[in-house]
Structures are given as C-alpha cells and as structure tokens.
Design a protein around this ligand. Structure first.
Ligand code: UT7
Length: 332
C-alpha cells in the first residue's frame, strides 16, 4: 500500500545561531572529554542561542531565507506547520509568531509536537493539504532551542543537543513520479518513559519544587533509546523501499535524524547502503531535534548532493517513541 501525496519540496533553507559550543567547552562544565563525546556520539560542536533568542526567532530566520531562495512573496503562503518541542511559549503557537514576523498575512498555521520525528510528521501533514488541492504553498518548519531545556549538570544529555531550524516549501507536484512518494509513521507510547521532560505541563505544573527537582529538563535513558532507534530506523527504511518496489541501490540520498553517529552508522550497516549516500552533519550541529532533517536537506543541496529526480529517504526516531519515514523524489 502506498500513501502517494501529490506534493513536492521546492526549496529548503535553515538557520543556526552564530554562537558555537565545542566539546572543549563542555570539559569545563561537566565531567566529560572531547574524546568521549566524539567517539560515543560523533559530535564536535553545536550552535547555541544567546539569551533572548527562541525557537520562533530561529524559525523566522529559516523562513525568511526560504522565501528569498524560492522567490516567494510571504502573502502567497497558505499554511505554516511548525514542529517543535521547545516552542517559545505553550501558547500562542510558535507558527503564529512566525506568520506575523514574515508577513504571511493569508496563512493559517499551528505547531506540531513529535520530538525528533516532528519535521517528518509536519512534512506529511503539510503535504496532505497540498495533495488535497486546498493549499498551494505550505511552509513546513522544524525549529528547536534544545539548550532551553538542557540540564547542564547531566553530562549524559547536555552534550548531545544543539539549537537550529530548517524549513521547506511544499507545492503541488507535476506528476506521479515527482515529490513525496510514500510515508510511514508509527508511535510506540510504551517508550515514553525513556525520553521526556516531566515538569511544566498539566501533570506537574511549574512550582519551586519542580524547579528544585530539575524536572524542566530533558531526561533520557540513552541506551534504551539507542537500541530502539537503530532497530526501527532500519526496519522502517527497508519496508518503505520494498513496498514501493525499490532496492537500496536506487537510493541517491539517505537523510537520517542526527541523534548519534553510531545510530546512523548502525542503520547504514543494517540497510547495506554506501556511506557516501548518507547525510551526516551531527559533527557540526549536534542533535537539533526537529531541525536535523531540514538542515540535512539544506546541507545536501549546498554540497551538490541532490539533483532533480534523485530518490531520497528521510528516517527518524524520537521521543514518544515516534518513528517517521518519508520517501520522495527530489524535484528541483
Ligand atoms: O534524538 C532523540 C533520540 N535520542 C537518541 O537517539 C539518543 C540515543 N542514545 C545515545 O545516543 C547514547 O545512548 C548516548 C550518547 C546518550 C550515551 O551513549 P552510550 O554508549 O549508550 O553510553 P551509556 O549511557 O551506556 O553510558 C556509558 C558510560 C556511563 O558511565 P559508567 O556508568 O559506565 O561508568 C556514563 O555515565 O558513559 C558515561 N557517560 C559519559 N562519560 C563522559 C555518559 N555521558 C558521558 C559524557 N562524558 N558526556
């Protein structure tokens, strides 16, 4: 069964805040080493916001770059779907802040929460509106300011993440072989206990106690998430390729979520695909949650690794657990 959607990506852009934190910077904060971080995660450095900059600001910069690149008037945008687990506020939605700042006067929009799978889910949701014929230009954004929810006393999580945003423009595809060919998403809520932020929601509203208990930070059982991610990313990739009649050799580019280089390499090995076809930029950005996939696409375009007609597979696993995969033909 294929879930063909007649929508294609017609542009991709991103934004990373200028400030960079290296592994050596972490050596001064927690008991860690550049060597541990590099060998266990593949990360060398990550971009981080200055005080006062939030996910809406990162998203707005990415959106503006996307409008410029695609020569799109902001008033042409019909819908903004923004994925984030670090919205500026619970409400209004960060999509509304971006809509106002870029002058997308005709657009409606909303936020979507699916952690590291957020962008893949948002891409699929946005594409449905284009495919249905009701929307012509949909902006899909993944933006996270993970440093706002990191515990800089927990060496097992604080070294992993960075801040950043990426955005794509979706428009109607011209034919059956262009744009998004298929997707597969699933959720396994039994994994919720392994990666979460307990405080600040309706279960544990913010109090002095929730702050003292450090409940407003990312909590993760890394090895559990690691094993699940490797297994599901590989399984889902094989399934998506097979049901569309493709072999691994048909893939031009594999764009995995960037959580850990070892997860990426293990998935690559299970799939048996050539490392040269795998997008990796975790060394420079760390895990930017909803930002990793669009930033991966952006970097691939900049490096001349994506051409019209290329078969691209996006795959991700995140908190939830959420798993997402999108198979597409690059359209420009
Ligand atoms: O994007 C959302 C999904 N998230 C992920 O996909 C993350 C998945 N998990 C991972 O990437 C890895 O599990 C981590 C990078 C988080 C951890 O790597 P690991 O190889 O699974 O290490 P571990 O948790 O089994 O810990 C091994 C040791 C422990 O020390 P002991 O107990 O063996 O003495 C940790 O305390 O490494 C220690 N450790 C560190 N040591 C130096 C953990 N973090 C650090 C650190 N520096 N930053």
């Amino acid at each position: 069964m294929s879930h063909r959607i007649a929508a294609k990506i017609t542009g991709v852009a991103g934004y990373l805040p200028p400030k960079v934190m290296t592994n050596a910077d972490f050596e001064k904060i927690v008991d860690t080493s550049d060597e541990w971080i590099r060998t266990r995660t593949g990360i060398r450095e990550r971009h981080v916001v200055e005080k006062g900059m939030a996910s809406s600001h990162l998203a707005t910069e990415a959106a503006k770059a996307l409008l410029a690149q695609t020569k799109t008037d902001p008033e042409e945008i019909d819908l903004i779907v923004l994925a984030s687990v670090t919205p500026d506020m619970f409400f209004p939605a960060t999509a509304c802040l971006v809509q106002c700042r870029i002058g997308a006067k005709r657009a409606w929009g909303f936020d979507l929460s699916a952690a590291c799978s957020g962008f893949a889910y948002a891409l699929t949701v946005g594409a449905q509106f284009v495919g249905a014929g009701t929307h012509k230009k949909v902006m899909v954004i993944g933006s996270d300011t993970m440093t706002s929810i990191l515990d800089y006393r927990d060496r097992a999580t604080c070294v992993l993440f960075g801040d950043g945003a990426g955005a794509v423009l979706l428009e109607p595809a011209n034919g059956p072989n262009e744009g998004i060919l298929d997707f597969e998403h699933d959720v396994d809520g039994s994994g919720g206990e392994f990666l979460y932020m307990p405080g600040g929601g309706s279960l544990h509203p913010s109090t002095k106690e929730t702050v003292e208990k450090r409940m407003h930070y990312v909590h993760q059982e890394g090895s559990q998430v690691f094993k699940y991610a490797v297994r599901r990313m590989a399984e889902l990739s094989v399934h998506l390729l097979e049901r569309n009649g493709f072999k691994k050799e048909d893939l031009s580019l594999f764009v995995p979520h960037q959580a850990n280089l070892r997860i990426i390499r293990a998935t690559e090995e299970r799939l048996g695909i050539d490392g040269s076809k795998v997008m990796v930029n975790i060394d420079k950005y760390g895990n930017t949650t909803a930002g990793t996939i669009p930033l991966g696409l952006r970097d691939a375009v900049a490096q001349g690794r994506l051409r019209k007609g290329d078969l691209v597979l996006i795959v991700t696993v995140g908190a939830g657990y959420t798993t997402g995969g999108v198979l597409l033909r690059w359209a420009y």
